[in-house]
Design a protein around this ligand. Structure first.
Ligand SMILES: Cc1cc2nc3c(=O)[nH]c(=O)nc-3n(C[C@H](O)[C@H](O)[C@H](O)COP(=O)(O)OP(=O)(O)OC[C@H]3O[C@@H](n4cnc5c(N)ncnc54)[C@H](O)[C@@H]3O)c2cc1C
Length: 463
């Protein structure tokens, strides 16, 4: 009888759980999670009796991994499309819908912007020059703004691209890597093609870019944890890793009941870069220093419930929410009108209007050094200015995500290659998670699945 390989997955976020799911039936899996619950950045709580996502609230549907996983673990019927609505930017004193066809804020057709007020006349004129500018191949990785400002002008970067990237990465185009944060655009840049024409010619994906889960995306990790058959130990913080004499790994963890020692043939590190760096220090010095150098942005999500019958003079807002460019000087970086965006959330409490506002981009940690009630007031003030007097919330919650989003800064791909090279020298050890090849849920799921396959491949376990 051949016994199954044992694998310890450290980190019970969606990346680690996806790895555990991929290993089901092919390994004995234990997931160690420091928090009292699995899910990491996918967490659904309740506000005024209604389920609300406190972290991620939608699954990217342009790539299949997250939606496929949700379907595989029995959540297919719970997948929901958001109400159709354009991406809206609060800029130049008004809420201004973005015309369809943009790619992360880069418009493929400048004429579609005319009349939207998103750009000044000068900004629009500068954008219209793009097709006639010389385009030589960009062979090095550069900051997104370095490339884009030259092509489409600084104003278009500031007012169209920054708010989108602020929403996804909580990062700035002055630091984020073109190659890692906008790989499709980096491809166009690398080929030396004029940008707008290349974007204009790209096939447009059909259907919604994102999907939600009725009852909250926090249901996804719970369903994966249930379906993967792994032993899951929450409240278990891994402190150190050691090699065993037999070539496996020993894991030292701290729990409320005291220290815990576990051994396994293989370990998958599915924790944020700073946590992976600490654990890899004694074993992979190059990976340790590269992982330590990945910056993180901290953010806070302010979720509020308003009684519809007590809405302020401005009434309740329409649309799905808005994004805010830093150049406009407001504190809130995005707002999502949950009761408009998600039918399930409106149906759950027809008498309430739920919304959430996000505060904090990379480098704005000081904004979060305030008590919760100040953050709620700040968010309300910005909302009142953006959409009118909507009244006072009947309930509010602040969820802080300290070092919540990794920043793919210039050179990220090279950093990643060094990490992968160093880790490849450690048999039975793999890394996965948001720090590597995409921060979105689908990309995280993909890294978890791939890490699990590498563990099995390196052990010679057939697929
Ligand atoms: C506010 C916010 C909103 C977001 N919105 C969206 C969205 O709408 N759509 C989208 O696609 N993406 C979104 N994202 C990004 C996405 O949610 C995350 O990138 C993704 O969930 C990260 O998953 P992960 O498993 O890699 O990491 P995490 O979720 O960080 O999980 C890692 C886990 O490891 C545990 N851990 C850490 N150290 C240890 C240790 N030493 N021992 C044991 N356990 C440990 C942590 O407690 C955590 O549970 C959002 C992120 C944030 C912060």
């Amino acid at each position: 009888m051949t016994s199954k390989r044992s694998v310890i997955v450290i980190g019970g976020g969606i990346s680690g759980l996806a790895a555990a799911w991929q290993l089901r039936g092919r390994a004995e899996v234990t997931v160690l999670e420091s928090e009292a619950r699995v899910g990491g950045k996918l967490r659904t709580g309740t506000l005024a009796g209604v389920a609300v996502d406190e972290g991620a609230e939608s699954l990217m549907a342009l790539r299949p991994e997250a939606v496929d996983l949700a379907e595989a673990v029995g959540l297919g019927r719970a997948l929901a499309d958001p109400a159709p609505a354009p991406v809206t930017v609060w800029t130049r004193g008004a809420l201004r819908p973005m015309p369809a066809g943009h790619v992360l804020g880069i418009p493929s057709d400048p004429e579609a912007l005319a009349g939207t007020g998103l750009l000044s006349e000068q900004g629009l004129a500068r954008l219209r020059e793009e097709p006639s500018l010389p385009a030589s191949p960009v062979t090095e990785d550069v900051a997104i703004s370095t490339y884009l400002a030259e092509r489409i002008g600084r104003e278009a970067v500031d007012r169209l691209v920054e708010p989108l990237l602020g929403g996804v990465y909580a990062g700035s185009t002055d630091h984020l890597s073109l190659r890692s944060a906008m790989p499709g655009v980096a491809g166009i840049a690398g080929r030396g093609q004029p940008l707008l024409a290349a974007l204009h010619g790209r096939p447009r994906p059909k259907g919604s870019f994102v999907r939600g889960v009725e009852g909250g995306t926090g249901r996804l990790p719970l369903a994966v944890a249930r379906a993967c058959g792994a032993r899951i130990l929450t409240g278990t913080t891994v402190r150190a890793l050691e090699r065993t004499a037999s070539g496996g790994w020993r894991v030292q963890a701290a729990t409320a009941d005291g220290p815990l020692l576990l051994s396994a043939d293989a370990v998958i590190l599915a924790v944020p870069a700073f946590a992976a760096a600490a654990l890899l220090g004694p074993h992979a010095p190059a990976a340790h220093s590269e992982l330590s150098a990945i910056p993180y942005a901290s953010t806070a999500v302010v979720t509020m419930a308003f009684a519809r019958d007590r809405a302020g003079l401005g009434g309740l807002p329409s649309g799905n929410g808005f994004l805010v460019p830093p150049v406009d000087g407001h504190t809130v970086k995005a707002a999502t009108f949950l009761s408009n965006k998600w039918g399930w959330q409106a149906n759950a409490a027809p008498e309430l209007f739920l919304l959430r506002a996000s505060i904090g981009r990379n480098g704005e940690e000081h904004l979060l050094d305030r008590p919760d009630r100040h953050l709620v007031r700040t968010a309300l003030n910005d909302l009142h200015r953006a959409v009118g007097a909507i009244g006072e919330p009947v309930a509010a919650r602040v969820t802080r995500w300290d070092r919540g989003l990794p920043q793919y800064t210039v050179g990220h791909a090279t950093r990643l290659a060094r990490i992968r090279h160093d880790v490849a020298g450690l048999p039975g050890l793999e890394v996965c998670g948001a720090a590597y090849e995409g921060v979105g849920i689908a990309a995280c799921v993909a890294t978890g699945l791939a890490a699990a396959e590498r563990v099995l491949d390196r052990a010679g376990v057939p697929g």
